[in-house]
Write a protein that binds this ligand. Structure first.
Ligand code: ADP
Length: 181
């Protein structure tokens, strides 16, 4: 099973993707986590993306796509995976289709959370890129670049909207309940 989690920053994608991946024994593939690992290890890629992430800008597609393509070819990905934070742009979505085939995704889970809840959650999280300016920028980029991907996947009839407010366990159950058997 290959799943994709979509939703604005602060929607809880990372938390829920981790829990659903555990429940279904899938690999959790988070491009944000991967970039943060590169930054903390000081790799060449990390040095390149550090300032971009602090501003809340998007890492260039070319870097992101090649990192993702390597990741989904690793052995643990053969059991299936959840993509969390990828694709974020149309070229990334097209690159994913090219890599795995346009009919390979079982579901696209969209976590639905209102904007005031998002901003409150992000500002209380305290990550290096959770400053007010970066948060505002990430929300703007989400609306401009990422939200349109819902319409990109809509014709495939695999989009599942899930209310992202409530107890963490409850939201996980909602997601599991909406996935194909
Ligand atoms: P959030 O849930 O707050 O959006 P993520 O961990 O998903 O956080 O991403 C953090 C940052 O990593 C993004 O703001 C961006 O700079 C970079 N990033 C992650 N995924 C991508 C991607 N698919 N394309 C471009 N940049 C990305």
């Amino acid at each position: 099973m290959k799943l994709l989690f979509l939703g604005p920053p602060g929607a809880g994608k990372g938390t829920q993707a981790e829990r659903v991946a555990d429940a279904l024994e899938l690999a959790h593939v988070s491009t944000g986590d991967m970039f943060r690992w590169h930054v903390s290890e000081g790799t060449d890629l990390g040095l390149e993306v550090d300032a971009i992430m602090r501003r809340g800008d998007l890492v260039p597609d070319s870097l992101t796509i090649s990192m993702l393509n390597d990741r989904i070819r690793r052995p643990d990905a053969t059991k299936g995976y959840i993509l969390d934070g990828f694709p974020r742009t149309l070229p990334q979505a097209e690159a994913l289709d090219a890599a795995i085939g346009a009919d390979a995704l079982s579901a696209v889970v969209v976590l639905d959370v209102s904007e005031d809840v998002l901003v409150a959650r992000l500002l209380s999280r305290g990550r290096a890129d959770d400053t007010e300016e970066s948060v505002r920028n990430r929300l703007t980029l989400y609306k401009a670049d990422t939200e349109p991907l819902i319409s990109f996947y809509e014709p495939r009839q695999i989009v599942r909207w899930v209310e992202g407010v409530g107890e963490i366990e409850e939201i996980t159950e909602r997601i599991l309940g909406t996935l194909p058997q």
